[in-house]
Design a protein around this ligand. Structure first.
Ligand SMILES: [Cu+2]
Length: 267
């Protein structure tokens, strides 16, 4: 703790340097992080939380590194100075401060974390349910309300979607980076993931769990479309499974196999 005017001057200079470094580092981190577009309501909530974490990381890094470098340069041994350094025997105020302040920070972040978690997992009254099956190494999306099965996930924009997911073999993980949310698919149980797409466009669902030799190829197209286009897509698919299959004829053989596989399962 500062005792003399010189000590106070050191604290002020170091404090200002820490503040400047925090701001610069915070700007740098947010500029260089390759975050994809915010594609869902959940993405906004999660990005806000990430942003606060990055600011805290920038501050903690600056606090440690700036004060360390400041001490190294300002309090280095002068030429010819052979005297002993000052002796310290603890500092109760400082020790209480560096215990209580981080504790408060952890509780505050814990509170915002729980609030964000409850926000991104909350059920919506008119949500669309899709049964998702992951297997080595592809995806199957079934729409129980219309009986449609597809290798492509199509969802209307601005409407809550709920993925009820399971796996046929090993653990997989459903991840659309633009939606920010991610959930494992576990054999023998059903896990749920919710998101509300907010930007139309074409995305990709990746498997985010190392699940075997062709894990890298376990991707499926995702299209977020307007409500009318979604209904039209469902209607085309409901009109008859065979034409729908024929339309996907330009996809790879593996994909077609999956369709057949799915039909065999549902029969
Ligand atoms: Cu996988």
């Amino acid at each position: 703790m500062p005792k003399s005017a010189t000590d106070i001057r050191h604290f002020i200079i170091a404090g200002v340097l820490v503040a400047i470094t925090t701001v610069l580092l915070d700007l740098l981190l947010k500029a260089i992080l390759p975050m994809p577009v915010q594609g869902s309501h959940q993405a906004q909530v999660i990005d806000q939380l990430t942003s606060w974490h990055l600011t805290l990381i920038a501050f903690l890094f600056s606090l440690v590194v700036v004060i360390m470098l400041y001490s190294l340069f300002v309090f280095r041994k002068k030429d010819g100075d052979e005297s002993e350094g000052a002796h310290f025997e603890g500092n109760t105020v400082l020790e209480i401060a560096w215990t209580v302040i981080p504790l408060i920070v952890v509780f505050v972040f814990g509170f915002f974390g729980v609030r964000a978690l409850s926000d991104v997992t909350r059920a919506a009254p008119d949500e669309i349910t899709v049964n998702v099956t992951g297997f080595q190494w592809s995806w199957l999306f079934e729409y129980p309300d219309s009986g449609v099965a597809s290798n492509e996930l199509v969802l209307p924009v601005d409407r809550a979607a709920r993925m009820d997911m399971t796996s046929r073999d090993v653990i997989h993980s459903f991840w659309i980076p633009e939606m920010r949310v991610k959930q494992d698919l576990v054999p023998g149980m059903t896990t749920t993931l919710r998101f509300t797409p907010s930007v139309t466009g074409e995305y990709t669902v990746d498997c985010a769990e190392l699940c075997g030799l062709s894990h890298y190829s376990m991707v499926a197209p995702v299209r977020i479309v307007e409500q009318a286009e979604y209904e039209q897509w469902l209607a085309e698919r409901t009109a008859g499974t065979a034409p729908a299959l024929a339309q996907t004829g330009d996809e790879t053989d593996a994909d077609t196999d999956v369709e057949t596989d799915a039909d065999a399962q549902s029969n």
